[in-house]
Design a protein around this ligand. Structure first.
Ligand SMILES: Cc1ncc(COP(=O)(O)O)c(C=O)c1O
Length: 460
């Protein structure tokens, strides 16, 4: 069967065949992972949802594989299967698993003391390096990107005296209450499934579609928005790239309305050492970044412009130092900062990008070739060392368009098929992250598995 889209005849997926293939893959997974199954069943008696964190239940099998060890771009599970890892801890292990110099730095710092509520020299080094990379002079640390974003929003409200935040529909900035909002027919509401929102998000948040400059202008015009919190490209609903001129207009509109602009580079660090901020010459007031920078250790940071730093300091009545809402006892701890320093100094470097980005290009080119050859109504997008395919023929311009392409069964089939053949993809995405340890052979392994998954699904 074929359908017409994107100016070419495309095949439609046979849903019965998909369901049957999914059953086969599920059965194969259960049979080949007895030890993971056993541990999963055991965990159900002590862990809520049977996993240490609820989202670990999202993997495509009926239970997650339990990890024995992870090194470089490889994960070995407790049943002895080895995987090429393109998930990389959904960016947390973007530097590759257990990079040697990071492991040494962590071990050395752990032996010297992990946390003392006092700074170490590494903090100064990391601040200077982040300033060099992102062009913002002053930095603070957190343990998660969620916290970095929360602190950024609090500071933005403090200095502007405004109550609201603006985010783009289908964004994700961690479990930040203000950002867990969506919009339908122009009405702001909680994101579907939002767990116990403290207040209705319309009270705190405006939401517009990515790339919709008219809606953005309208939303900012009332001058009640403290801060726009944005990824430079959406990455959590597949990759949605900005239109030509979008960022210039976003910066112009925020400046003209006295709104601060926070750019969340947590995922878009894939664009290079200074994320999209550097690659696209963006001029945010705030940059937030987390996950990858710790080389596997919990670490995050936010940086502010010189002008914003002055405005923050002018608010002498604000309790920045104790219980005012910005903090975290272990934020900026010596162990995390030793890991961040080693990661930025030795692993996620300029040279690393010149290895990872071409490999991601190859990954995307191979996927595109299969899509084209098999006339699938899918496309693949890339942002630096991150590539993702999606089940619609053309790249979306907004989060809402991207969301329309969600296909949980197809998603599960592609993930499970890959998992059963030694390839890990992130459960929330059809995404590949390329680490400095990833090789061309790894990418070719995925290309082959992707081609076979499609072939078995279509089997004409
Ligand atoms: C863009 C972005 N910002 C922030 C976060 C939150 O990171 P964390 O879960 O480490 O707090 C995420 C998580 O996926 C993210 O994708």
């Amino acid at each position: 069967m074929t359908v017409e889209a994107a100016g070419r005849p495309l095949v439609a997926i046979d849903r019965d065949r998909l369901a049957a293939r999914l059953d086969d893959e599920g059965e194969a997974f259960r049979k080949s992972h007895p030890r993971s199954l056993e541990l999963s069943e055991r965990s159900r008696s002590s862990l809520l949802f049977g996993v240490p964190m609820s989202w670990m239940a999202r993997w495509a099998g009926d239970f997650p594989v339990f990890v024995q060890e992870a090194k470089g771009a490889r994960v070995v599970d407790v049943d002895g299967h080895e995987y090429v890892d393109f998930c990389l801890g959904d960016t947390g292990a973007m530097a590759g698993h257990a990079p040697e110099l990071v492991v040494h730095a962590i071990a050395a710092q752990a032996a010297r003391g992990s946390t003392a509520m006092l700074p170490t020299e590494d903090a100064a080094w990391v601040g200077e390096e982040l300033a060099r990379r992102f062009g913002l002079p002053f930095w603070q640390f957190a343990l998660t990107a969620t916290d970095a974003n929360r602190f950024a929003l609090r500071l933005a409200r403090e200095v502007t005296g405004r109550g609201k935040v603006l985010v783009f529909d289908w964004c994700y900035h961690g479990s930040v209450d203000e950002a867990l909002a969506g919009t339908q027919f122009g009405v702001v509401g909680p994101r579907a499934g939002n767990v116990g929102p403290p207040v209705h998000p319309a009270l705190t948040t405006k939401v517009v579609q990515f790339n919709d400059l008219d809606a953005l202008e309208q939303a900012l015009w009332a001058r009640d928005v403290a801060c726009v919190l944005a990824e430079p490209a959406l990455t959590n609903i597949g990759i949605v790239l900005p239109d030509e001129g979008f960022h210039e207009a976003l910066r112009d509109l925020t400046r003209r309305t006295g709104t601060l602009l926070a750019i969340d580079e947590t995922h878009t660090l894939s664009a290079g050492p200074g994320g999209c901020t550097r690659a696209w010459n963006l001029e945010p007031d705030i940059v937030t970044v987390g996950k990858a920078i710790g080389g596997g250790m919990p670490a995050a940071a936010f940086g502010v412009s010189g002008e914003l730093a002055e405005r923050i300091a002018e608010h002498t009545e604000a309790d920045y130092e104790d219980t005012g809402g910005i903090g975290g006892t272990l934020a900026g701890n010596a162990l995390s900062l030793a890991a961040v320093r080693a990661t930025l100094e030795h692993v996620l470097t300029e040279e690393a990008s010149s290895h990872t980005i071409p490999l991601a290009e190859r990954f995307a080119a191979d996927v595109a070739e299969t899509i084209e050859r098999e006339a699938l109504p899918w496309h693949v997008t890339r942002l630096g060392s991150r590539a993702e395919y999606r089940f619609r023929p053309t790249p979306p311009r907004t989060g809402a368009e991207a969301a329309e392409a969600i296909d949980p069964e197809l998603d599960r089939y592609m993930h499970l098929y890959a998992l059963n053949r030694g390839v890990l993809l992130t459960p929330f995405h059809n995404m590949a992250l390329i680490s400095p340890a990833t090789t061309l052979t790894d990418v070719e392994a995925h290309s082959e598995v992707f081609g076979l998954a499609v072939h078995d699904l279509l089997a004409r």
